[in-house]
Design a protein around this ligand. Structure first.
Ligand SMILES: *[C@@H]1O[C@H](CO)[C@@H](O)[C@H](O)[C@H]1NC(C)=O
Ligand SMILES: *[C@@H]1O[C@H](CO)[C@@H](O)[C@H](O)[C@H]1NC(C)=O
Ligand SMILES: *[C@@H]1O[C@H](CO)[C@@H](O)[C@H](O)[C@H]1NC(C)=O
Ligand SMILES: *[C@@H]1O[C@H](CO)[C@@H](O)[C@H](O)[C@H]1NC(C)=O
Ligand SMILES: *[C@@H]1O[C@H](CO)[C@@H](O)[C@H](O)[C@H]1NC(C)=O
Ligand SMILES: *[C@@H]1O[C@H](CO)[C@@H](O)[C@H](O)[C@H]1NC(C)=O
Ligand SMILES: *[C@@H]1O[C@H](CO)[C@@H](O)[C@H](O)[C@H]1NC(C)=O
Ligand SMILES: *[C@@H]1O[C@H](CO)[C@@H](O)[C@H](O)[C@H]1NC(C)=O
Ligand SMILES: *[C@@H]1O[C@H](CO)[C@@H](O)[C@H](O)[C@H]1NC(C)=O
Length: 831
């Protein structure tokens, strides 16, 4: 009996396995009805009827098998949905795969392979790669495959490019919307004319360009700076020219209806997709952002500034200085470029200009390339075409150099043709540099000898009186860099050096011994004082003393790291000072003080018109995005609020107090803290209640700030008597009633477009949604703010507008510690 049960089980298992085995194929006489699915052999993908988004129409598609939320990667009948569940997928008599509706006689979709090729006997099979193939039963050849007709998703081992035999082009097209898979206005293509590049087009115009694909020593593709493991195969032969990306990671590239290309990777433990990368990401990624012969982002401190390539000058200097570089650059006046002693200037770390019309010759060396380009008067620049084994191959440009951008740590070298005068200038500079090196080395040797003797002869004395000069400790290497001008310059032309340490007495004197008259305000971790150095430089000093529990060395290292964060929307750290219990941070001084002193001041708020407010909101978003993902540190601010946004003399916003939480970390571990630092009204619910912080809690604070900027009113702040009458609750109420124009700050008159105001309100509401996972990331926020034609999702109910968000603790805590609106509070949870 026992043996019989077992053998029955085995039989059953065998049958089951057999059944599953055939689940991946559809044979000639089979039909797949709405509700049935094909499942690939390794259970990676499924095929069947589905309805996208909130649509009720039915489409045949392929999606990942077994994921909690259906992720569709391919759609057959993109433009011809079935109206109800009567659809079937089956074979025609001739062997074509078709979709029929209601047993209708005319198929609404067909694989369209000529009958002679099919010969009436085919089988459809769903492969583990996500490819649906039609096999000829006799020849076993693949006669049709879904990978040849991509929709919006690029899967590993899928090709982009051109089948030369049939003229079929492989490219992605976005969906029309989340609810409609019909082809939208964007496409993603591999372009081979000139030299191989990947392009995103929007409304047929180039939108983003991946840069020419140039092999590097380790096979990396610089235009896709993802550091995960993949193989790129490029084929260019008689049958095809194609690009293919292969990896064993579960990953997909998706072209969104807005033109954003995202790379997602599946996180198995967390059971979710994570957005690994996306393009365009920065302003400089937009095609031809700086026009012909312009170079975007060469100025490190500002990722969107335009400069001209060597030998060029702004086409329209007026626009240029208004930060509008789209007009591009033209040859400098009077430059003579044909056999008049011209030559080349090397520009490093670039996304090379558009190669669509470039000439390539792989048999030339870089030196020969230079000669070729020099001989040809119309050649404007050259570079190597392959760097896998040294530099070889030759890329030559003629005419304008379009869509060049600078990177800080990747990219290629471009040699740009300049006339004899520019060349001479360049040479002079390099000989000057050489001379400077020699001079510096000799000076240093002398200096070293001198100081040695000094040390031997005198005991080092410290001048404790009157010496209020700025004391800067620079290491010799940065000293060198500074001398030679090798270090990058920041936006004001100052050289970036290592962090200077200030003398305590100097700072004390500058702030009149931290007198209360000089106090600018109190922030998260201490008071801020205004100071004036001997030479008249104004500074802002943050006195951390009692809050920091770190050792001095650790503190120094942290400050060094934080001070390296350079972005034009972050306040610049000039240095720090450590002495016994005192820990001070020295910042640039911004005369206009903070955003709250404008926004919530009845007389000054009118200085902020809509354009200014938008610029402030956008700038803060960019600064925060930089902290979250573009900087090497990934900083969570944890106390973003109007009073932590400082305005410079042009009312340009700069985030202050970033990294303080990191510098001052005491007992807290990443992600969860017992010590909740922050400001009521700006704190996300999960942070205020459970001490859980993340980039999404910063997004929450940003959302509050954005709504404050639009309305000119404070959110509840702390100590609000009735939390349900908070600004967010009010905005949400009006939003639901479709009256969100009522909340826009009246002091702006009519300088705003209602559409933009409503859009920004919606973005603000998206940021303050109760669940952290519903909130967008800062990069999405920046994208939504910067692209007025992107359709926004509908916000869900925000946090803190019904009672369930409040518990007794927070009420009593706020009663206990708050006194002034908008002041940072610290809640130390009891255990
Ligand atoms: C399909 O059906 C036809 C007639 O209905 C039959 O002649 C043919 O053998 C069937 N083919 C297969 C592969 O079952
Ligand atoms: C459903 O989709 C339509 C069309 O995009 C959209 O207008 C509507 O708001 C969506 N409804 C919901 C509940 O998402
Ligand atoms: C499906 O619905 C659309 C619009 O409602 C209609 O135009 C079309 O004729 C319908 N198709 C069928 C087969 O009923
Ligand atoms: C389609 O027609 C076949 C026979 O002609 C019938 O058995 C089947 O039920 C029909 N299906 C639908 C959905 O009407
Ligand atoms: C198609 O079938 C016919 C006869 O059934 C055969 O002669 C011919 O070779 C077949 N063609 C292909 C391409 O298999
Ligand atoms: C071109 O390359 C593809 C992919 O490697 C290969 O399948 C095809 O046979 C090649 N064609 C020729 C003519 O070499
Ligand atoms: C890349 O190709 C090499 C050689 O064909 C292979 O061993 C490796 O597994 C591939 N890597 C990926 C990520 O596909
Ligand atoms: C930027 O400048 C170009 C011409 O140089 C002009 O057409 C365009 O309107 C300007 N854009 C803005 C936003 O001012
Ligand atoms: C590449 O350069 C070599 C040497 O100048 C020349 O012989 C060859 O024709 C060139 N090839 C192409 C494709 O232009």
């Amino acid at each position: 009996m026992n043996t019989r049960t077992v053998s029955l089980h085995i039989l059953f298992l065998f049958l089951l396995l057999h059944l599953i085995d055939s689940l991946d194929t559809l044979a000639l006489n089979d039909t797949l009805r709405d509700g049935d699915v094909l499942i690939s052999r390794g259970r990676k993908f499924a095929l069947g009827f589905f309805s996208p988004g909130n649509s009720s129409l039915r489409y045949v598609g392929i999606w990942y098998y077994g994921l909690p939320k259906r992720t569709v990667v391919w759609v057959a009948n993109r433009e011809n949905p079935v109206n109800d569940t009567s659809g079937v997928l089956a074979f025609e008599h001739d062997g074509n795969l078709v979709i029929r509706e209601n047993n209708g006689s005319f198929p609404i979709w067909s694989s369209i392979v000529s009958s002679t090729t099919l010969n009436g006997s085919t089988t459809a099979q769903l492969l583990d790669s996500g490819n649906l193939v039609l096999n000829h039963d006799l020849s076993k050849e693949v006669i049709w495959q879904s990978f040849d007709y991509p929709t919006d998703t690029l899967l590993p081992s899928m090709k982009l490019g051109l089948d030369r035999r049939t003229g079929l082009k492989w490219f992605l097209t976005s969906w029309k919307s989340e609810n409609d898979p019909a082809p939208g206005s964007c496409s993603y293509r591999f372009e081979s004319p000139g030299y191989r590049q990947l392009f995103t087009y929007k409304d047929r115009a180039p939108y983003y360009r991946g840069g020419p694909i140039i092999w590097k020593p380790h096979g990396s593709v610089p235009s896709m700076p993802d550091n995960f493991n993949y193989n790129v195969t490029i084929v260019n032969n008689a049958t095809e020219v194609s690009f293919m990306l292969d990896t064993w990671v579960v990953s997909r590239h998706v072209l969104h209806e807005s033109g954003l290309l995202s790379h997602f990777i599946w996180h198995d433990e967390e059971q979710r997709w994570s957005e690994f990368n996306y393009y365009p990401k920065e302003q400089c990624d937009y095609y031809s952002k700086c026009g012909p012969n312009g170079n975007c982002g060469a100025n490190n401190a500002d990722q969107s500034d335009c400069t001209c390539l060597p030998g060029f000058e702004p086409e329209s200097p007026g626009d240029w200085y208004l930060r509008n570089g789209s007009g591009g650059c033209k040859r400098k006046q009077g430059a003579s470029m044909c056999r008049r002693g011209e030559g080349f200037v090397k520009v490093t770390r670039l996304k090379l200009p558009d190669t669509s019309t470039a000439h390539v010759n792989m048999s030339l060396s870089l030196k020969e390339c230079e000669q070729e380009c020099l001989r040809d008067c119309s050649c404007t620049a050259y570079s190597s075409a392959d760097e896998s084994v040294g530099e070889h191959g030759c890329l030559k440009w003629h005419g304008n150099l379009v869509d060049t951008r600078a990177f800080s740590d990747l990219g290629q070298d471009l040699y740009v043709r300049v006339d004899a005068m520019d060349l001479a200038r360049q040479r002079k500079r390099s000989t000057l540099v050489k001379k400077a090196i020699v001079a510096t080395v000799s000076a240093l040797v002398l200096l070293l000898l001198g100081s040695l003797m000094y040390c031997l002869l005198f005991k080092r004395k410290r001048d404790r009186r009157g010496n209020n000069h700025l004391v800067r400790v620079t290491t010799s290497s940065t000293y060198f860099d500074e001398l030679l001008g090798l270090k990058d310059l920041d936006s004001k032309g100052r050289r970036k050096t290592d962090l200077p340490f200030f003398d305590f007495e100097t700072v004390a004197a500058a702030t009149r011994n931290f007198s209360s008259i000089n106090e600018l305000g109190q922030g998260g971790f201490g008071s801020v004082y205004k100071g004036v150095m001997d030479n008249g430089t104004e500074i802002a000093v943050k006195r951390l003393s009692k809050y920091s529990r770190q050792g001095n060395e650790e503190f120094k290292n942290e400050v060094r790291l934080i001070a390296k964060l350079q972005h034009r929307n972050l306040v610049k750290i000039l240095g720090c000072c450590i002495e016994e219990d005192e820990k001070l941070l020295i910042y640039e001084y911004l005369p206009n003080k903070s955003l709250d002193s404008f926004l919530f001041d009845e007389t000054k708020k009118s200085l902020l018109d809509w354009e200014k407010r938008f610029e402030i909101a956008y700038g803060v978003a960019r600064g925060l995005m930089y902290l979250h993902q573009d900087s090497t540190l990934r900083i969570i601010h944890r106390d973003l609020k109007a009073s932590n946004v400082l305005l410079d003399d042009a009312l340009y916003p700069k985030i202050s107090d970033f990294g303080i939480a990191r510098i001052c970390r005491g007992d807290q571990i990443e992600g969860k803290t017992k010590r909740v630092m922050g400001t009521y009204g700006y704190m996300a619910p999960e942070y205020a209640m459970q001490g859980r912080f993340s980039v999404k809690s910063d997004v929450y604070s940003y959302g509050v700030l954005l709504l404050e900027i639009i309305t000119g009113q404070r959110n509840s702040g702390c100590c609000h008597i009735n939390p349900f009458s908070s600004l967010i609750g009010h905005v949400w109420q009006l939003w639901k009633e479709g009256k969100c124009m009522d909340i826009v700050d009246k002091s702006m008159d009519k300088t705003y477009s209602e559409e933009m105001a409503s859009r920004c309100t919606q973005i603000g509401l998206l940021c303050v949604q109760r669940s952290a996972s519903d909130r967008p990331t800062m990069s999405t926020v920046v994208f939504m703010l910067g692209n007025a034609d992107v359709v926004l999702p509908s916000p869900k109910q925000p946090a803190f507008i019904d009672e369930s968000d409040y518990n007794g603790d927070i009420q009593s805590a706020s009663n206990r510690t708050c006194s002034v609106n908008g002041v940072t509070v610290t809640v130390v949870e009891a255990r």
